[in-house]
Design a protein around this ligand. Structure first.
Ligand code: 5GP
Length: 185
């Protein structure tokens, strides 16, 4: 399955805290790039903007959209639903842009299983200890949430084979350079 249009899709994933959001934030500066704004049912964090960081939906709204076939992929992560909206991708690809989706591993697996064409990039931390340190430093999650995210991360790291490229984020600016050149920006 290939997206229709002149653009292409880049799938970026990696464990929470690996730095993929920071990598993506830097890639966003390119005018050739359009970023997917996912829908989610998780609570809005301080500083997040609805429609910019995510489309924050109730469970009912999310399921209604899912039943209308509006999602390219979706998954449950840590008890909340997250999904990529087809409409956003179609517009970007039609426009000849590079459409970047930042998703977790189950979503990547469904795209792979559907034979969805794209560049698949996995951003990983240099170690689990460093991942814990970053999650704590970020201050966005409770200790229980951090433990849950680390357990998910252990499982996610085993899914490396789903990806075309693995970027080890030991140094953020190097990781950004590596991801940019992989995508051809
Ligand atoms: P967070 O709650 O930290 O914003 O995101 C949790 C996880 O959900 C991250 O790994 C993030 O990449 C992933 N995620 C965000 N949007 C989507 C999406 O549309 N689909 C899937 N499958 N995962 C997503």
């Amino acid at each position: 399955m290939a997206p229709k249009g002149k653009g292409k899709v880049v799938v970026i994933s990696g464990p929470s805290g690996a730095g993929k959001t920071s990598v993506c934030r830097a890639l966003k500066r390119s005018p050739e790039v359009v970023f997917s704004v996912s829908a989610t049912t998780r609570r809005q964090r301080e500083g997040e903007r609805d429609g910019v960081d995510y489309h924050f939906l109730s469970d009912e709204e999310f399921l209604a959209r899912e039943s209308r076939g509006e999602f390219l992929e979706w998954a449950v992560y840590n008890g909340n639903r997250y999904g990529t909206l087809r409409s956003e991708m179609d517009a970007a690809i039609e426009d000849g842009k590079t459409f970047i989706v930042e998703i977790e591993v189950q979503g990547t697996r469904s795209l792979r299983e559907a034979g969805f064409e794209g560049d698949y990039i996995f951003v990983v931390p240099p170690s689990m200890a460093e991942l814990r340190r970053r999650l704590v430093a970020r201050g966005a999650n409770s200790p229980e949430e951090i433990d849950a995210r680390l357990a998910i991360a252990e499982a996610e790291l085993k899914a490396k084979d789903l990806y075309d490229h693995v970027v080890v984020n030991a140094d953020l600016s190097q990781a950004i350079d590596e991801a940019s050149s992989l995508i051809g920006l």
